[in-house]
Design a protein around this ligand. Structure first.
Ligand SMILES: Nc1nc2c(ncn2[C@@H]2O[C@H](COP(=O)(O)OP(=O)(O)OP(=O)(O)O)[C@@H](O)[C@H]2O)c(=O)[nH]1
Length: 338
């Protein structure tokens, strides 16, 4: 009897490109497919795992460290074995890599899996259309990631006007060997991503060869995460919105990405603000507190001064949270994510 293998899709893409957004879109619009998720955050607070929690059929997360180097094939195999076992109620597993993981290494880990229950389901690279030029200038290896991918999702096209959007799409198509799709908020059809690579032939599937995987990829010093670091900040007391907005405006250039929920305001206010900064872009997503209220931020960047950042964030804690700073909340509203 031939055992059906569960496809394992590697979802990669630079910091803040929209991987979690795309994953959440898939989980909400799964068209009946049951999806297991393996999330790898950079930083010890699992913000991405918090974002996908509750919508997924089976999930595991790996904290603090980059999946591509911190874990060997046995480690990935044992995690995959816990998600994908004989008779597992899953149709696919998606590994959401951290934004600075080396996709080639991740693909190699999946391809080297000894598990008879999984197969490589393809590499999907999410690209932030609005940050494409900047990211490429800072990280020329982005071209390589785009070239290797079975499917490149050029996300955030809403942030560009028509001519710029076409220019970026043309540039990505010139580099990519696989299929290229434009997307807003990761809205792509789940079938394109989750069915075995053969099913993607309509948009141009490709399979990675071991030769592709052997080229570089193994040199840790060249990996993005070798130069990035993260600082975590948690606070049980609310932050003052005006003070925090000042912190945001004055943040150092080294801080490329900040994400996580923030508690602003007094106990009667149930609004939960989730901050996302990507480069100079900053947005708050408004949700509601369900469990414990606390600020939990992860800051990712290069040359971070941990002590200075922590002190500046601590200075944002509101000495009197019973008095909501309405003006600050109004300013915050201007940054709200549509
Ligand atoms: N305007 C716009 N914003 C988007 C789009 N997709 C995602 N975002 C926003 O971009 C920010 C980062 O999105 P995430 O999905 O968290 O990105 P990520 O790749 O998972 O981030 P890391 O895991 O930190 O690398 C969030 O504020 C999203 O709401 C899009 O298509 N358009």
């Amino acid at each position: 009897m031939v055992t059906a293998r569960i496809p394992v899709v590697v979802l990669a893409g630079y910091l803040g490109s929209g991987k979690t957004t795309l994953l959440n879109h898939l989980l909400r619009n799964n068209e009946g497919r049951r999806i297991g998720v393996l999330v790898n955050d950079f930083g010890s607070i699992n913000i991405d795992a918090m974002h996908v929690a509750g919508q997924v059929d089976a999930a595991m997360s790996l904290e603090n460290g980059c999946l591509c180097c911190a874990v060997d094939v046995d480690g990935v195999d044992s995690m995959l074995a816990r998600l994908a076992y004989p008779g597992a109620p899953l149709d696919a597993v998606v590994i959401e890599a951290s934004g600075i993981a080396e996709p080639r290494q991740l693909v190699r880990l999946v391809l080297s899996s000894q598990s008879p229950h999984v197969e490589f389901g393809g590499l999907v690279e999410v690209v932030d259309a609005a940050e494409f030029d900047d990211t490429r200038a800072r990280h020329p290896e982005l071209d390589d990631h785009v070239r290797l991918a079975d499917l490149v999702v050029v996300n955030k096209v809403d942030r560009l006007d028509e001519p710029e959007r076409e220019r970026v799409l043309t540039e990505v198509r010139d580099i990519a060997d696989g299929a290229v799709l434009a997307a807003e908020r990761g809205r792509i059809s789940p079938g394109i991503l989750l069915d075995a690579p053969g099913a993607r032939e309509s948009v141009g599937a490709k399979q990675l060869s071991f030769a592709d995987l052997e080229e570089c990829g193994g040199d840790h010093a060249q990996h993005m995460h070798a130069v990035y670091e993260s600082v975590e900040f948690t606070a049980e007391y609310p932050l003052n919105p005006s003070a925090f907005l000042r912190f945001l405006h004055e943040r150092s250039r080294g801080v490329y990405r900040i994400k996580g929920p923030i508690d602003f305001g007094a106990s009667g206010d149930h609004r939960r603000f989730v901050l996302h900064t990507v480069g100079v872009y900053a947005a708050f997503e408004k949700t509601r507190w369900k469990g414990e209220r606390a600020t939990r931020l992860v800051l990712i960047g290069t040359d971070l001064d941990r002590q200075e950042l922590t002190e500046r964030l601590e200075a944002c804690i509101d000495p009197d949270p019973t008095k909501i700073d309405e003006r600050g909340m109004l300013n915050l509203a201007r940054h709200l994510d549509g």
